[in-house]
Each structure stands twice: as C-alpha cells, then as structure tokens.
Design a protein around this ligand. Structure first.
Ligand code: SF4
Length: 454
C-alpha cells in the first residue's frame, strides 16, 4: 500500500527541497527577514555547523532557445537590464544588515544568462555584492554564460572578481541544429575562442552542457558535438536529455521528436558515457563527469550538506534550515511586489528529511549528520532505514548509508519513504486541487501560462 503511495508521489514531485513546493503559501518580506535573523543568531550563538551561500538570479536571455523550459524574458535593451540591476542592488542592500557577521561560502550567478549584462553592469553588480556581504573567503564563485555573451573584457572582469567556475551552455555545435534551436552565431570557432580566452585569463574551471535527443538530432550529430567539446577539455561536463513539454517553444510550434529519434537516445547516451569516461572523466557525488572533484558545483553540494541559501532576484529560491524555504516573485511581479514571497515551512524534522533525501544517493555519513543536526541519524530515521534495507535498496558500511538505485525511477519511488504521513496527505490534497483547477482551465479553453513572460 505504502509503495503505491510512493509511486504516485514520484510522478508528481521532483523538487530540490522537501517538502515539495506544491505546498507553497504566500508570505511577506518581514517574515522572511525574521527567518534569516533567527538563523543567523542560531548559527552565531549556538555554534551550529552551517554554511551560507549566495545565489543571484538574472532571468534574461538574448534569444529564447526553442528547447528551454525556464521562465526567462528575451531582451536586448540595456535600459531594461539596467532597471533590473537596480532592483538586484536594492534587494542586496536591504538584506545586507542581517548578514553583517556571516561569511558566505559560495556565490552563484544563474539565469537566464547573467553575462547578458554589459561589462560595466556586471562590474557594478559584483561591487555591490562585495560592498554589502562578507564574500572575501568564498571557496567558489560560479557564473552561467552563453558563448555569444562573453567578451574578452567580461572574462577579464570575471577573473578580477575571482569567478573560478564558468558554466557555458553549448547544447550543440551542429550548425543545422544551432539554427533550429534559435542560437544563430554559435559556431565551433566562437565556442573555441571563448574557452581559450577564459583559460588565458586564468579561469580555473569550465563546465559545459550538451543536449541529446533534440528534434532532428542524429547520433552522429550528437557525437560530433561531444567530440568537439571533449577536445576543449572542460573540467566538468553535463549531458542532458531533451524533454518534450507542452510549454516549450518547440512544442508550441508543433515540432515533435519522432519515434525513431526517441529510440536513438539510448544509443546516444550509452556511447557518450563510454567516450567521456575513456577520456578521463569521473563521477563525484552527484556530478556525472568531472576531471577533478574541485570542478564540482560547490554551492549545490554545500546546500545539500545542510547549508543555507540566500537567493536574490526574480524567481530566486532561498533555503533557511529548520524554518522555511521560499521563492521570490517572478519577473513580472518582482519590481512591483518585491516584498511578496512564496514559502514552504520546514520543521527541524523536515530539514533532516530534506538532508537525507538530498544525500542518500551519494551516502549519508552518520558523523556529518550528527555534526549538522546534533541528532543521531539512526534514532531519527531507524524505521525508514530498516524499510529500505529489507527491500535491498540501501547499503550500510556502518559509517554511511547509501541508496542502491538501479535507476532514477527506483530512487524517485523509494526515497519518498522520508516523506512524513502528514505531508503526504497535504501533497495529495494540494495535487488534487491543482489538477481540478487545471481541468477547469482546459474545460474553459483558456491558455495555460507561458514560460516566457515576453
Ligand atoms: S537555454 Fe539558457 S540561454 Fe537559452 S533561453 Fe534558456 S536560459 Fe536562456
């Protein structure tokens, strides 16, 4: 019976945090400030092991890639970007007094395309962050970019402000597909030049993303892009599978992958994995292909390890352990309703469950768990561990408990053992409500939200 419930939950929720964000409720800025003040005091007064991480969201792009499922806005207006920059600065300055005594461990600028800002605008943002937060001892600074938004000046600036992990979304270098996905101008030459320049400037780690399974993409085309990327030796590599979702531009345009193309995906990923590993890449924690452990996304690791996440910008997500996590309003509402957030409350028990969910795949270390929570892992999750052990889903060497996932689906089903009965009930109710609204919308023949706000 319980597994039936898990299977149902596996279908509806795949969130970064637990409890899932389907349980979000509106909250005001003062509540958020209070939450942060409480966490900061807790950490400073009780010497609790925590690390604070800073995330800045820039939801703008030069073009809208036709496979993209993110909520972004296309712009090429310096003025519009300048206005958004002022909002980021305003939010930064308002939060700054709370974090006076806190040192941030990582900074991550994500989007969208953060490098869509001009060199001057980026410099202005970096200076504002440095003036308002203690970021002098960060262990990693990450920025996401596209090849066509990176100039020599910008790379120089990134180096000056110690950005040491550059994430470049390439997806493909097949020129026919580049055009089809709406990334005109992204030639092999342009990609190579950016990578060589970034290295010349001393940027330590480059992460590249590729997509497999795009409409009209053949195995040969995919492998050709991969081989080209491997020659550039990025320190980290991510291969994503193209997901057909109704809201993305391709689907709205009526472009669908054929059965033949779908079937060729398995071959693509199998051959890619073989080739990448032969080239010297290894898995480390949750990252599949790294040349070295330090090339990993340390912000995500830090948050998974129980750290706090302060998100600034439209749609940015924040995480306050033992209290709640929340999202800023989306771009349309960000300037007008900067003080409104969507939040999910999290108790200490749920914070621990979130930790278990985020770490059990790579192993929950008992010592680390007790350092973070001052609680015994087996006392808290004894029943859940026994359940998974009985079904052969975990291994336990005494120091750490690790999930033996046969596949993603298996993990998504059985990891739900950490969900509390109370939350399962709430999730069911919220899902039913959402489905009913969705059905009503379809019935009324109304348009259901677009990912692009433009
Ligand atoms: S894939 Fe990246 S660059 Fe393209 S629209 Fe989405 S966020 Fe922007």
């Amino acid at each position: 019976m319980k597994e039936k419930v898990f299977k149902y939950l596996a279908k509806i929720s795949d969130d970064r945090f637990y409890p899932p964000n389907i349980l979000q409720k509106e909250t005001g800025e003062e509540i958020v400030y209070k939450g942060w003040r409480k966490r900061v005091a807790e950490v400073l007064n009780k010497d609790i092991a925590d690390n604070f991480n800073l995330y800045i969201h820039i939801p703008y792009c030069q073009t809208y890639c036709r496979f993209c499922r993110f909520s972004i806005k296309v712009t090429n207006s310096k003025k519009e970007l300048g206005e958004y920059l002022e909002l980021l600065k305003r939010e930064t300055k308002r939060l700054s007094p709370i974090f006076k005594k806190i040192e941030f461990k990582t900074i991550y600028l994500g989007g969208g395309t953060p490098t869509i800002f001009s060199t001057r605008q980026l410099g202005d943002l970096f200076k504002t962050l440095e003036d308002n937060f203690n970021v002098g001892k960060t262990v990693q600074r990450i920025i996401e970019a596209t090849p066509l938004t990176l100039s020599k000046d910008k790379l120089e600036l990134l180096r000056k402000y110690n950005f040491d992990r550059l994430t470049i979304g390439i997806q493909t270098v097949d020129q026919k597909l580049v055009k089809k996905i709406n990334r005109d101008g992204q030639t092999k030459k342009a990609v190579e030049e950016v990578v060589l320049e970034a290295r010349k400037k001393g940027i330590r780690s480059i992460n590249m993303d590729l997509l497999g399974g795009l409409p009209e993409q053949t195995v040969e085309s995919f492998l050709d892009s991969l081989k080209f990327i491997l020659k550039l030796k990025p320190e980290a590599l991510h291969i994503y599978s193209y997901k057909e979702e109704d809201a993305i531009p391709f689907c709205r345009m009526g472009v669908r992958v054929t059965e033949k193309e779908k079937n060729s995906r398995k071959e693509m990923f199998f051959l890619a994995d073989k080739l990448i590993r032969e080239t010297g890449y290894r898995s480390y924690r949750n990252e599949p292909y790294l040349l070295s452990p330090w090339a990993a996304n340390m912000q995500w690791q830090a948050v998974q390890a129980g750290g706090s996440l302060l998100g600034i910008g439209a749609g940015a997500e924040s995480y306050i352990p033992n209290n709640f996590y929340y999202e800023n309003p989306i771009l349309k509402e960000y300037s007008a309703r900067n003080n409104f957030k969507r939040a999910v409350a999290i108790s200490k028990e749920e914070t621990m469950a979130n930790y278990a969910l985020n770490n059990i795949r790579t192993g929950v270390e008992r010592k680390r768990f007790s350092k973070v929570f001052r609680s015994d892992f087996d006392k808290i999750f004894g029943k859940e561990i026994a359940y998974l052990k009985k079904r052969g889903k975990i291994s336990d060497d005494g120091e750490a408990v690790k999930f033996n996932a046969k596949n993603n689906h298996d993990f998504r089903v059985y990891s739900k053992i950490f969900f509390s009965d109370k939350n399962i009930k709430k999730i069911e109710e919220a899902t039913k409500k959402r489905e009913a609204i969705s059905k009503r919308k379809i019935f009324n023949n109304k348009l259901i939200g677009s990912p692009a706000e433009s």
